[in-house]
Design a binder for this molecule. Sequence first.
Ligand SMILES: [Zn+2]
Length: 278
Amino acid sequence: MIGEGRLTREFVAHGRVDDCPVIDTHAHFGPYRAIHFPRWRPERVLDSMDRCGVRWLIMSAHAALVDTERGNREMAETVAAHPDRFRGWWVLNPNYPERMQRELDGFESRQQALGHGAGPAAFVGFKLHPNWHETPLTDDRYRPALEYANDRALPILSHTWQGKGMSSYREVAQVAGEFPRIPLLMGHAGYGDWEESAKVARDHENVYLELTAAYSVRGALEIMVEFAGSRKITFGTDHPWFDPHYGIGCILSAYMTDEDRRNILYRNAQRIFDLPLD
Ligand SMILES: [Zn+2]
């Protein structure tokens, strides 16, 4: 096996390793049209998490991609029911600029209501999906959200993918340069443009590579570790689209050290999102 080492041996033997928790920074919640997910309901999600040693799951509601109001509300309710395991991403849709301020106000009041003013926030930040919403990440319609996040050093997870003018490393570099206080997670690590995306993460302190879907390409993980370093990579799965064991297995069998694996599986996310691991 490629990834010989203590973590690999123990994950293979037990399916999880108690002193190596996992934080999944890119998951989704709820059913989705035209596909059957056997494990989207909270009790099944928690069962998957427990089997793989996933301590925290940070997710956005599928419904919120279309109807932000309904989906973000569903997400808030689900996080409130399991505040010790789930956190949410608040989805914003740039196609309704007249609603943007209301959505930002809604985020703020949801945070205060669920955190009771002092407790942990239900949402860790914003989820953007330039391709789904057919709006380049650099479009002005995102500006109110980016300014809001930059003022508060609030994390953003954006879908990123190769291709000109939408959500590639080029758009990320531009936004990260202009809004340097936003911890910006490149969902799918700029899929396809591995080396260029890793260099953007290397050159911008607050840009991170998130691994969902990147597992499907042999060698991509090693390129990211080489160019950006394991402190700039976070674990993610798109759960319930993919099972956490698959992503964990790819990290265990890639060429890197156990220290790199711990950085990717939980240390970086713990630092970015300030999540307790006990
Ligand atoms: Zn996703």
